[in-house]
Design a protein around this ligand. Structure first.
Ligand code: BGC
Length: 765
């Protein structure tokens, strides 16, 4: 094997060179590509030793106080020295203008070539000003709001010395057991692709060198969201159709939007750890898609290849990862420790190393770090921008747009702001931390406007608001790194909550999850409400039927009893810094809710993965016997479908029509629908177009989202919405293994959610 290695590595190199050539042609015009910059990179590369090159690919997390005296012992001391030796290219988790400046000084003034460090952080839904978690934000179906939220996150992070975020996470999430569904855009690849591109544009702006822009990362490439049984870090085993039609489109959209980096993942895909997947990273991403940026590994995902059992030791893991196109090593220390020797021995070709370093340097140049390495670390800008009134106002706007009204029996909502007594019940209602959500960057703990505060601020003098805790929150709920120990038995607060509820005209009751009940490593096997929450709701409903349930959660929950018995349900997710104010706007009607679910809500956990764009199966309908595709103990349908969300008014959809019955493969068709506000309030709805490809060379989903548009209508007002669909938008990964549109019949459905029945059809020739 040893003698074969140089030969193999030369073959790999040839492939890299070939993929680079195609990448260069495909990526001309990409924001990272610039002839003068490439020339400067050539010059720099020529001056670098192998050790210095390897250094650019090494990323450490912050482990010591960067603003104090140098640590003099142990690993911290070694890392400090390595920055000065030019053996570190990037750091994560160094935050704040002061600390980033100090670390930068070590690299720029201490190392031989003075190459600046790149500072990365998980800026997922805000830096200090918290926006709704990404899943919630997607419920706005408002791409401009989503872009603007990422823009603010970038502006704040950039002022605090961060030049690079590990976001957006563009993994499709069909399984709510997986805790990271909170971090993505839900279950749909079309919506997910648009959101991915909007987030990349938000973080990166028009120009990466702009001081309010940071480099974005599309992650986790690829398949991480399809972990078996929803268990974190678990095996992923999907076929090529799912990979290409469902998982990859949002990544391709992010690349199309100019994303500067891509992160691979912890998972295996078809038995290969994606960190070692040359197919994904070299052939698809850098080859076919012409991606000119760099790939960063996930946290120690290179080292974890030894526990996956595909590398005998860290050196082998380093060889596999670099050969496969993982450019930067996050925290494994495997590149730093082994690459130099692997290159000397010929096991890894230096051309691969050069390619990886070039990609990292490209991003550093594009961010302007070679012009001024300290430009991002600006204490004054940091003090001015973080939590600025303008940022908080935008956070509130995005939060209100993200709220989804799930139920409103007998128009219990909106509540009149005057002349009532309101009981606010549930520990989550007074909690100022839960709304900040998981992955909260530099949010100040307990800094969100709570639901209780929001209600108190919104009511007039004639309304009394009383509060009771009712159920207990979990122990350890503030911790990002510990498991939660839920206080499952404690009902000591029930009597007081029931008393307060009984004495009020209306009850607003918060149910759901704390901040860290979802997020990384927060998989659950049971999607029902934890602890005593539902038990308390039963007792409260027994004394007061006017209960508005406000859900605060990072994932879809299975709440069939709540859905049946609570007269009103507001899905308020984890909405960020301004959560309470935004929810109060909806409760009291200052804002007419308009969000739509980006994920299906199951009735029972056993239904997951559940998603609207599934295949038909050979036996989709009840033939009157038991032999059809169903559960014997639960319906097939979700509790709330994808795209669903109510308003304080109502809308009708009619007269769906196509402007032609035949479309050529390079042509387009316009689908139109008349939408009317049939209620008595102004409001907005998201008109959604779904298309079914009736016969394909592979089984095709029962329907797929292909367009949406928000309409705002006054009572009685009507409008016509036109969706233009190019035949090419109907392309998919066919049985021939190519991306193509196949001829045949297509049925279009338009309506206010994914169960829309108004339809028309057309043919692609
Ligand atoms: C996560 C990544 C994240 C990284 C750095 C990992 O555990 O999977 O998404 O960017 O940590 O914090």
């Amino acid at each position: 094997m040893r003698t074969l290695r140089p030969l193999l590595s030369s073959l790999v190199t040839l492939c890299v060179i070939a993929s680079n050539l195609s990448a260069q042609s495909a990526s001309s015009g990409h924001p990272l590509m610039d002839a003068e910059r490439e020339r400067r990179i050539d010059e720099l590369l020529a001056r670098m030793t192998v050790a210095e090159k390897v250094g650019q690919l090494n990323q450490y997390s912050n482990t010591f106080d960067l603003t104090g005296p140098p640590p003099d012992d142990g690993e911290a001391g070694r890392r400090y020295e390595r920055i000065r030796e030019g053996r570190v290219g990037s750091m994560l988790n160094v935050t704040g203008a002061e600390a980033t400046r100090s670390a930068q000084q070590l690299a720029v003034e201490g190392s031989r070539l003075g190459i600046p460090l790149l500072f990365g952080l998980d800026v997922i839904h805000g830096y200090r000003t918290m926006f709704p978690i990404p899943l919630a934000e997607t419920a706005s179906w408002d791409l401009e709001a989503i872009r603007a939220s990422a823009r603010v996150a970038a502006r704040e992070a950039a002022a605090a010395g961060i030049q690079w975020t590990f976001a957006p996470m563009v993994d499709i999430g069909r399984d709510a057991r997986w805790g990271r569904v909170m971090e993505g855009a839900g279950e749909d690849p079309y919506l997910g692709s648009l959101v991915a591109a909007a987030r990349v544009r938000g973080f990166q702006g028009d120009d990466l060198a702009d001081l309010s822009s940071i480099a974005a990362t599309a992650k986790h490439f690829a398949g991480y969201g399809f972990a078996e049984a929803g268990r974190e870090y678990n095996t992923v085993d999907v076929g090529t159709a799912t990979l290409w039609n469902t998982i990859l489109p949002p990544f391709q959209a992010a690349v199309g939007a100019g994303v500067a980096s891509v992160m691979n993942g912890f998972n295996v895909l078809d038995g290969i750890p994606v960190t070692a997947s040359a197919y994904l990273q070299r052939d698809v991403l850098k080859g076919d898609w012409g991606f000119p940026g760099f790939v960063v590994s996930d946290w120690q995902s290179i080292l974890e290849m030894t526990t996956h059992g595909v590398a005998e030791d860290p050196a082998a893991a380093a060889r596999l990862a670099l050969s496969a196109g993982s450019d930067m090593d996050m925290e494994s220390d495997a590149y730093r420790a082994h690459l130099e020797r692997l290159i000397e021995s010929g096991a890894v070709d230096e051309a691969l190393l050069d390619d990886a370093v070039r990609r990292v340097l490209r991003v550093k140049f594009a961010l302007g770090l070679f012009d001024d390495p300290y430009r991002y670390s600006d204490p004054e800008r940091e003090a001015d921008l973080l939590l600025s009134p303008e940022h908080l106002a935008l956070a509130r706007d995005v939060a209100r747009k993200s709220i989804v009204l799930l139920k409103n029996q007998d128009r219990l909502l909106p509540l009149p702001p005057e002349g009532r007594s309101i009981a606010v019940i549930g520990a989550l209602a007074a909690d100022k931390d839960a709304p900040l959500g998981s992955w909260r960057a530099q949010a100040i703990p307990n800094s969100a406007v709570s639901l209780l505060e929001g209600v108190e601020a919104a009511v007039g003098a004639g309304t009394t608001v009383s509060y009771a805790e009712g159920y207990k929150l979990g122990i350890g709920q503030r911790s990002f790194i510990q498991d939660l120990a839920l206080d499952a038995e404690d009902r000591s607060g029930f009597a007081e909550a029931v008393r307060v509820a009984a004495g009020a005209d209306v009850v607003v009751m918060a149910l759901g999850e704390e901040a860290f009940q979802s997020g990384e490593a927060r998989s659950v096997a049971d999607l029902t409400l934890k602890g005593q929450q539902e038990a308390l709701l039963r007792e409260v409903l027994a004394v007061n039927p006017n209960v508005v349930v406000v859900l605060m959660n990072g994932r879809p929950l299975a709440i069939p009893w709540v859905a049946e018995h609570a007269p009103a349900i507001v899905e308020a997710w984890h909405l960020g810094s301004e959560a309470g104010h935004a929810i109060a706007e909806v409760l009291f009607g200052a804002h007419n809710p308009s969000g739509k679910l980006p994920v299906s809500f199951p009735r029972v956990t056993g239904q997951v993965p559940i998603y609207y764009n599934h295949f038909n199966t050979g036996r989709p309908v009840d033939p009157g016997t038991v032999f059809w595709s169903h559960y014997t103990d639960a319906p097939n349908e979700p509790l709330y479908p994808f795209g669903y969300g109510l308003s304080y008014t109502t809308f009708s959809y009619s007269n769906v029509r196509a402007d032609r019955s035949e479309v050529s493969p390079d042509g387009q068709v316009t689908i139109s629908v008349d939408v009317r506000n049939t209620g008595d309030r102004s409001g907005s709805d998201v008109a959604q177009l779904y298309i079914r490809d009736v016969v394909g060379s592979r089984a095709r989903p029962v329907r797929e989202l292909k367009g949406f548009e928000r309409v705002e209508l006054d009572p009685g007002e009507a409008t016509t919405v036109h969706f233009t669909v190019r035949a090419q938008d109907l392309a998919f990964y066919t049985a021939r293994g190519v991306w193509d549109v196949e001829p045949g019949e297509f049925v279009a459905f338009v309506g206010g959610d994914s169960t829309a029945t108004e339809r028309t059809s057309f043919h692609v020739r």
